[in-house]
Design a protein around this ligand. Sequence first.
Ligand SMILES: Cc1ncc(COP(=O)(O)O)c(C=O)c1O
Length: 378
Amino acid sequence: MKQKFDIGKYLIPVNRPKIFTEDKLNVKKCLDTGWISSSGYFVEKFEKDFSKINKRKYGVSVTNGTSALELALRCLDLKKNEEVIIPSFTIISSLLCIVRLGLKPVLVDSDLKEWNMTLSEITKKITKNTKAIILTHIYGFPIDVDPILKLTKKKKIVVIEDAAEMIGQKYKKKICGSIGKISTFSFYANKNITTGEGGMILTNNKKIYLKAKSLKNLSFGSKDNRFNHLDFGYNMRMTNMQAAVGCGQIKNLKWIVKRKKEIGQIYYKNLGKNKNIYIQPPKNKNGENIYWVVGIILKNHKKDVVMRLLRKNLIETRSFFYPMHMQTIAKKKKLFKKKDRCINSEFLYKNGFYLPSGLGITKREIKVVCIKLLKILN
Ligand SMILES: Cc1ncc(COP(=O)(O)O)c(C=O)c1O
């Protein structure tokens, strides 16, 4: 079939999601039957199916990955100023919920090759006041969790796993999303499974499950008096229409994971040997790279210049995360001290960005991105 568009005449977006026929048919069912808010068949099914693929007992759907993190942390009932460890190199969501709940964020630095938190950095930051850690897998490889879990068990530190970027990923034989007391997910358009906006927490703990279910729905009272609320809850309800999309997506998870890896591997084949670029390999000792996004670190060029030139060539890219200790709001509120500086995270931000890597990208588009990038760098 003739190509519909000429590459080079339209923008190759950093993310083009993949929407399946079943997703659309499911949404139509919601619209046709009027089940468009947060009650309905698909919400329950999505929670059940998503728990099952992650080998967890309970799932609570929410509005996004940021609310999933806040709900998870709230369910731990920590006391004011108790410490929660997070990576500096991540999205701001985990810092936000720690601050909002009156807890103390403690930052750890990331590894330069795998871009994840490491045991040695975590060990340095543990104090008597450390009560929880958010293990956030970043971009492609899972964190090396086994030694960290050993340590947290010994120190009685509760683990929340932020698996937003790792849907369908494995750490050795473990499923990412099945680790720790609670795991959290996002279903934003660029995630491996999307519901447009959306999130989920998973747990095997019934008490946490019931608490999360109540808190996310305004902590409504008993049947006798629904409007006598039991706690200061949230409205974090996912709609039946969003869950309907999620149910379609789950059915295609095998294909999604395969395609994600394929996209990353094509980029690696084309860029891996270039002296000006570091790109993660397809495998490490713990398993395969899922390439949620295909990140690169520039060795000899300025990131802003290269990103601008790519944009001129109609190729959209996205910067790596801006470390938490560098955030304007964190400085204004004096959240961190000089000693909290995370040098590797700064390096990753300064030199890293990611290439178009959404599920909807074509092989031809990847080739065009590589050719243009190499031309700019050489
Ligand atoms: C690791 C991680 N956690 C949490 C989030 C927040 O998810 P959301 O955008 O759905 O709030 C993201 C978003 O990209 C993320 O990458």
